[in-house]
Ligand binder design. Sequence first.
Ligand code: HEC
Length: 420
Amino acid sequence: MRQRAFLALVAVAFVALIFPATTQGQRGGQQVQLPDGPGKDMVQATCTKCHGLNFITNSFGFSRDEWVTLFSSMVVPPKTESDAIADYLAKHFPEKPNISKAVIVPGPVSVNIKEWLAPTLGQRPHDPLAARDGSIWWTGQYASRLGRLDPRTGAMKEFPLDTPNSGPHGLDEDADGNVWYTGINVHEIGKVDPKTGAVTEYKVPEPARNPHTPIINDATGMLFFTTQSGHVGRLNTRTGEFRIAKTPTDGTYPYGIQINSKGIPWYVDFRGNRVGSVDPVTMEIKEYTLPSPDARPRRIALTPDDVVWYADYARGYLGRFDPRNGQVKEWPSPGGKDSRPYGIAAVGDVIWYSESGVKPNTLVRFDTRTERFQTWTIPSGGHVVRNMMATREGSLVLANSGINRVALVEVRTGRSTAAR
Ligand code: HEC
């Protein structure tokens, strides 16, 4: 008994050692040794405030200009320091020879990609929201705030949240225009009133923890959310009442979630080869197995026929699961097995997603009728587009996490495809 208590204490101490400052805002605090050279001390002092140095050593590697653009989205050191940091990084961390490069597939569609730098640097825009009024919202996960952009004027406003380090992760808009978000670090769902900036917080009941991605059914006012604890939850946005359901399989990680035309939430499980559906009334969860044991679907999109499309992050595939007959069909993503398909959205029967494992990150279009791909590079490099969303007009909004930007993609097909 005593020994067990002691071991638990050691385990806690050990965890505290590996993650020394997670609660203060630092992530991935893995210890790495940087090569010696002028500028090393400045990098060590400047670049460890928000994350570990492993972010540098694990990156694709960049040219001097690319390094400056990238870290200027996180921090602005005084000029002499900034030069020393850039020189050091360019010398010791140039582009690695073995990385996956973007594969450009030509096609009939043209896009216009506009990007905006979020005001608070290094805030990690995680998910974007295309609001009804045409504004673009994002979650600033590392800076405990939401942001709003008017893409017509470029005007931006940030909405600080009440709880520090709440880790706003996903977001959605309700029928009254309030913006709801998941506070993944503090087990909360929150609501921001855009008119006043007032925040209302709702504690997610145990045993559910770390709410991840929310989605609201406008007709019922129900907000469904995935969690990192193997649960899917429901919050009645009108009454504040929660319902929590555990997935049939243990140890799951329900990740992306969407609601189909019948009001049924579908999600993908990032810890297994699974997709799931949730009865919106009883909260009963049904799981469906995907054929490849290695599949790790991370985000989900639904076409108007209620077919499930998923970005298989681990294997580099786009997948299609048809709930009517259980059939699965998969296509290798143009960037290959290490392309890490991530943020995904449907515009009519066209699927859009981003490959986060290729340099630069790509925007991929897949026409589900012709089964043809087309790809573009994202001008800033993308730096992991963790989620995207279609606007009412059939454009797309993106959150480019690592380079602290949000993007609007305007699509021109040459044909009359406004509804697609
Ligand atoms: C204010 C917080 C902050 C500071 C300070 C900061 N970063 Fe970052 N950095 C971030 C965030 C947020 C991300 C995105 C993390 C993610 O998406 O997982 C990031 C990601 C990165 C990445 C990975 C991006 C990619 O696509 O490869 C690199 C490399 C990086 N930072 C380098 C640096 C360097 C170099 C410095 C110092 C000059 C620095 N960071 C200082 C917040 C910061």
